[in-house]
Design a protein. Structure first.
Lengths: 548, 317
């Protein structure tokens, strides 16, 4: 039986401004949503997902404008409505859950004040009633200590909890529609499950319709009744979740499905002396130990993936290896010889041997320097190249990362796409001709198709130069495609390590099992099965649930 | 709460250290001035003998470190010394003037702070509107003129036409109301000088915050633009606003010299200029140290307020 129509968008066009010109970013999209239904919007960045989600609230960000089409919400034409009318709907009948709850909660106010603001200002309920209601919803969102958590400030609450508190806040006025804009993208996999389950439950309890925006197919498969695929502001296709997963019609959708096809050729077990050997390293920030006796080796030509939740000590380990943080105990051996603890005490050649690539190329590249200087500096500093030799080295490096030298050498980072910037990060690391490159979440900020390109490039370069990679990531799919060996970290300690094949096929530690089982699969029943399995485990007294 | 006391403690210690360094600088600077009080007092008729005798009498013949030590310990005990020109205790000279200057500063602050904060908030709310541009232009015009010029313009417009007096005479009989009336023009001149700075900083700080995701969130919760600015933006923009207000309040206390002279206002600035002309070093040093203390104290208050208004600093994880 068809439920009544709630949202009906026809021919939606949205323009964005760059400088003085307006260009179309959403090019005539239709969207219908019935009461209580969940629609998944997926696509890469720049597809217009968030822009469409916001347009469903009659909202356009600064520098954007809705230039065509109609947005009909339950009989109200949002484009014709006055700003006051639209404001009356926002938060009350259409609510929004943002990607980063940590950034979207106001740091100056307690959670409860931010929760109550909507219902009180919209005249839905009085403050006291709203406070009691908040505790009820916090409870339903399975937040710890629901009676008290509202009286904390956002910085005192973890990311996963904030995301659930934000969903509760969106529910405050019992809206008809909630826009979820990548609500779990910033979370660890183990946390993500809790949030996904809580969101799904509360939405079904209140019969709320939702638009669920994400770039993660496996996530949307758990959440949505129907899926709409977007590409550069156009609809590619739409179908109900099961039939789309079973048989995507459009080539583009199939390519999204196939993104994880890249897999590194299996390497023979590494032997001989490792390039880098981390030996029993304990390190701290202030009084708190953030690394506790961490040990592992990295061999030439091999990729060691270091995985774990945020705060597990992955990046801190990298800081110890590079000498940015001096360990309290333990040491780092380079080709069998101990490296001085501080980078200041290391020779230029020792520094050269170990380079880093960072998560956000945007902040890791000096925006005022041209590519010539960005790549040229390490080549000049470490290898003493000058003049013609330097120039030809820069061109070689650009060719290595598959950017045409003549076209790109004088560009600024702002003139590059996200994937291209990350390639510059790689070229800059290569310029020093190191033996080890530490890749810190280098693909996390990129779209899946772009990620694929970067991973392939890294793999090719590793083959050409016999490089060792330390690959820090929280994304297990990336680990599956690129790693030779895996180190699993939790709370600053190594939980388990071993070859990729062995670890994935036969994880020994509970935490590794939890981590592996938390990776969403492209199966609409995956979350149900997992939750059922975990609650059975709980009942049988062997809790594998992590506290989030 | 312990955090806040620790911060206050740290800042107080730093403030004392700053003042100590300033006192050394002040003393050193006055030492470098050509001539001293003895040669000033005796004028042309001075002989070497009379100069030496007078210097001994005034204690000017002692080595500089000892004179510094005597001055500093005296200062700390509330004994600012005697004005060598007028033979009166400096505390007596400075006391009344200090009250007058503080009154004028507070008067100007009471006008300038609310005006500039309101204008700043409204300019941020209606950014790029006619209002924003007009208030910006007026404030910039006011700040671009030298203070004495602003003061003379005010005298020309508001005093020549008889609305307000252009001179301030404070006697025993002056009532507060009367004083408010008489001091209006100097207060207004100071207001015009400091408003632009505070207003533009308020506007910039708020607009900076308006780009945050939580501002978009509050809009998407259906909050009105006014509420978004006042409730969601301003609390997060307080630290820079508090600091710019503190710097300007300090300026109102220490920068009033020119305005006081134009309006013949009996404040510390006037006294300082007289003392400099008379080579009355002890008075100059006292006033300079008072001005420095005002700066240090106001910055201390600003630091503490910025901390108190920031939950991330006030409440641990």
């Amino acid at each position: 039986m068809e439920k009544p129509l709630l949202l009906n968008i026809r021919g939606l066009k949205i323009e964005g401004r760059s400088g003085d010109t307006w260009h179309t970013i959403v090019k005539g999209v239709d969207l219908t949503l019935h009461k209580g239904e969940i629609l998944g919007l997926i696509g890469e960045s720049g597809a217009g997902k968030s822009t469409i989600g916001l347009a469903a609230m009659g909202f356009a960000r600064d520098g954007c404008r809705i230039s065509g089409g109609t947005i009909d919400f339950d009989g109200i034409d949002l484009r014709r409505a006055t700003e006051t009318q639209r404001r009356g709907l926002r938060g009350k009948r259409i609510a929004y859950v943002a990607q980063s709850a940590a950034a979207s909660f106001n740091p100056a106010h307690k959670l409860i004040d931010q929760y109550c603001e909507g219902p009180v200002i919209h005249g839905v309920m009085l403050r006291e009633k709203a406070e009691t209601d908040a505790v009820e919803l916090f409870h339903r969102m399975r937040l710890p200590n629901p009676a008290m958590i509202g009286f904390r400030y956002p910085h005192q609450v973890s990311g996963g909890q904030l995301q659930r508190a934000m969903t509760a806040m969106a529910m405050a006025c019992r809206p008809d529609l909630i826009i979820f804009d990548e609500p779990t993208t910033a979370l660890d996999v183990t946390t993500q499950i809790e949030v996904l389950a809580a969101i799904r439950d509360i939405v079904s309890q209140f019969g709320t319709a939702a638009i669920y925006i994400t770039h993660d197919l496996a996530v949307v498969a758990q959440m949505a009744d129907r899926i709409k695929v977007l590409l550069r502001g156009n609809e590619v296709e739409e179908a109900d979740t099961r039939s789309m997963l079973a048989a995507p019609r459009a080539d583009y959708t199939r390519s999204l499905w196939a993104v994880r096809s890249f897999a590194r050729v299996k390497q023979p077990p590494s032997t001989g002396r490792p390039i880098i050997s981390v030996r029993n390293v304990t390190a701290s920030y202030g009084a708190i130990d953030v690394l506790k006796g961490v040990s592992f080796d990295i061999h030439a030509g091999r990729t060691v993936a270091v995985v774990g939740e945020s705060g597990s000590g992955k990046s801190t380990t990298a800081r110890v290896i590079t000498g940015l943080l001096q360990p309290k105990k333990g040491e780092v051996l380079f080709n069998g010889k101990p490296l001085p603890a501080s980078f200041k005490a290391r020779s230029r050649d020792q520094l050269r041997q170990c380079q880093m690539i960072y998560q956000t190329a945007d902040t890791a590249l000096n925006p005022k320097l041209r590519l010539r200087e960005l790549i040229g500096r390490p080549a000049e500093m470490y290898l003493g190249l000058k003049g013609k030799a330097l120039e030809s080295r820069i061109c070689d490096l650009l060719a290595l990362i598959e950017l045409e030298p003549a076209k790109y050498i004088n560009r600024l980072p702002s003139e590059l796409s996200g994937g291209q910037k990350q390639r510059i990060g790689i070229a800059r690391a290569l310029a020093a001709e190191p033996q080890l490159i530490i890749c810190d979440e280098v693909t996390s900020a990129l779209d899946q198709i772009v990620q694929e390109g970067i991973l392939k490039l890294l793999d090719r370069l590793q083959g050409e130069f016999n490089l060792a990679y330390m690959f820090i990531t929280h994304d297990l799919a990336t680990v599956k495609s690129i790693a030779d060996e895996v180190v699993v970290m939790q709370h600053g300690a190594v939980v388990e390590r071993g070859s990729k094949a062995e670890l994935f096929a036969n994880p020994k530690e509970e935490y590794t099992k939890l981590l592996l089982s938390s990776v969403p699969e492209m199966d609409p029943d995956w979350l149900n099965r997992l939750l059922a399995a975990r609650s059975n485990n709980d009942k049988s007294g062997r809790s594998t649930h992590s506290s989030v | 709460m312990n955090r806040i006391w620790r911060i206050i403690g740290q800042r107080l210690l730093l403030g004392v250290l700053t003042l100590f360094i300033i006192s050394v600088v002040i003393f050193g600077a006055t030492e470098l001035l050509p001539g001293d009080l003895a040669s000033q007092l005796l004028g042309q008729s001075a002989t070497k003998e009379t100069l030496d005798a007078l210097r001994e009498q005034l204690g000017l013949n002692l080595p500089a470190p000892i004179r510094y030590w005597n001055w500093l310990t005296g200062f700390l005990q509330g004994d600012f010394g005697t004005s060598m020109a007028t033979k009166k205790p400096i505390s007596e000279l400075v006391g009344a003037r200090l009250v007058n200057t503080l009154f004028l500063s507070l008067y100007a602050a009471a006008l300038a702070v609310p005006i500039s904060l309101t204008l700043g908030v409204l300019a941020a709310l209606w950014r790029n509107s006619i209002f924003d541009r007009a208030s910006n232009a007026v404030a910039l015009t006011a700040i671009s003129f030298p203070e004495f010029f602003v003061a003379y313009i005010l005298i020309l417009w508001l005093s020549q036409s008889g609305f307000f007096p252009s001179m301030v005479r404070i006697t025993e009989a002056t009532t507060t109301l009367n004083l408010l009336y008489m001091a209006f023009l100097p207060a207004l001149a100071l207001t015009l000088v400091v408003t632009a700075h505070m207003m533009r900083m308020t506007r910039a700080a708020i607009i900076n915050v308006l780009a945050s995701p939580y501002i978009e969130m509050s809009l998407l919760k259906g909050m009105s633009p006014m509420r978004v600015v006042l409730r969601h933006a301003v609390p997060n923009a307080l630290a820079p606003i508090i600091n710019v207000v503190a710097v300007n309040l300090a300026y109102l206390i220490t920068g009033v010299v020119v305005v006081e002279v134009v309006f013949v206002y009996p404040g510390l600035g006037q006294l300082m200029i007289d003392a400099v002309t008379n080579r009355d070093i002890a008075v100059v040093q006292t006033i300079a140290l008072l001005f420095a203390s005002a700066y240090v104290l106001l910055n201390l208050i600003a630091d503490v307020l910025s901390t108190i208004t920031n939950p991330r600093l006030m409440h641990g994880r």
